[in-house]
Design a protein around this ligand. Structure first.
Ligand SMILES: Cc1cc2nc3c(=O)[nH]c(=O)nc-3n(C[C@H](O)[C@H](O)[C@H](O)COP(=O)(O)OP(=O)(O)OC[C@H]3O[C@@H](n4cnc5c(N)ncnc54)[C@H](O)[C@@H]3O)c2cc1C
Length: 310
């Protein structure tokens, strides 16, 4: 029984979550002339999609399904700014994974071979070639991978771009609106409840990211997603010092070698927005980073670069 002050409406589809996944799905659903309502409990892009690095990295993905998915995703970006009529700082800037010391070299050589076999355009650069490509790298590094297929995007702008384009296609976006229940009848979804509204619909898209299991529970659907905390530091605006995106071999090891990863230490990721903010991130598994760890990463950069001195 609905309260009398609850507003009732209908939609062909309700998308729960206004991150990059929810906004892009809403946009694609609206292209098919569906009436779509997107509900977001905070602001567009205010959770994971607004707290992440800016890498569209092909070379870091595991061969097989993750790599094929990443290639398809990368291809979508080629004309996306024109399609959405929104500049989100897409750049074909290339990407590097820095080999910080000899002990990571066998793993990285093996990794590069496997990525080549998977069809990724990737090379292993020696120290000089790596520093020529990225002059801020320290003279103490061993080398680096390089792939010109990697690209970058401003993640804060990307969700906004999809949200704006969705609105133009007729999607109703309700921010500060939380899905509090999903109604089921005879085993099928029939609606979504918020504090003020009941939306009758046959399609509910669970795009709640790390909160997806909570939405799944509302519909008695087991959603086996385990959140891993990530960390990102955003610097003040500084002059351009980073070309493309940089990861380091520990970051990659944390992604590919779940068991052995802790022995490789904490990985760094680094990119820079058009406005000059450095996005300084780390491998996902590690929590509670302290300043000494962050300064440790910076040994892969030239100590004479004052911008990165913490
Ligand atoms: C530190 C870090 C760095 C990263 N770097 C990269 C990178 O360089 N490249 C890359 O491709 N990926 C990167 N990622 C991964 C990427 O950020 C995520 O895969 C992506 O943002 C997930 O988007 P999402 O829409 O699924 O989730 P989210 O952005 O978290 O969106 C889910 C939304 O659902 C909303 N919500 C939850 N519950 C409800 C409810 N009951 N009702 C209404 N709304 C609700 C939340 O408020 C939230 O806005 C990174 C992640 C982290 C943490």
């Amino acid at each position: 029984m609905l309260r009398r002050d609850i507003f009732v409406t209908t939609a062909d589809a309700v998308v729960i979550g206004g991150g990059v996944i929810g906004t892009s799905i809403a946009y694609r659903l609206a292209e098919e002339n569906r009436k779509v309502i997107l509900i977001e409990k905070e602001e567009i892009g205010s959770k994971t999609s607004g707290s992440c690095d800016k890498a569209i990295f092909l070379q870091s993905k595991k061969p097989g399904f993750p790599s094929e998915l990443a290639k398809a995703s990368r291809a979508v970006y080629e004309n996306l700014e024109d399609e959405l009529d929104f500049s989100f700082e897409f750049k074909r800037g290339g990407g590097m994974i820095v080999v910080q010391s000899e002990k990571y070299l066998p793993f990285m050589e093996d990794f590069v071979e496997k990525q080549k076999q998977a069809g990724i355009d990737i090379q292993l650069l020696d120290k000089k070639e790596a520093i020529d490509q990225q002059p801020i790298l320290s003279k103490n590094i061993v080398g680096s991978t390089y792939s010109n297929e990697d690209a970058e995007v401003n993640p804060l702008l990307l969700s906004q771009a999809f949200a704006d384009a969705s609105r133009r296609k007729g999607v109703e976006i309700r921010t500060h609106t939380e899905a509090v229940d999903v109604s089921i009848e005879n085993g099928k979804v029939v609606g979504v409840k918020t504090a003020k509204e009941y939306i009758s619909t046959e399609i509910v898209v669970n795009a709640a990211g790390p909160f997806a299991p909570q939405i799944g529970d509302m519909a008695d659907v087991n959603t086996p997603i385990q959140p891993r905390r990530g960390v990102i530091l955003i610097s003040e605006k500084v002059t351009p010092v980073v070309k493309g995106n940089i990861l380091c071999s520990q970051y990659l090891a944390a992604k590919h070698l779940t068991e052995e990863a802790p022995a490789f230490g904490i990985g760094l990721s680094l990119g820079q927005t058009d406005d000059g903010n450095l996005l300084i991130g780390a491998s996902r598994e590690f929590k509670s980073l302290v300043l000494s760890q962050i300064t440790g990463w910076m040994t892969i950069f030239d100590n004479e670069v004052p911008h990165l001195a913490l």
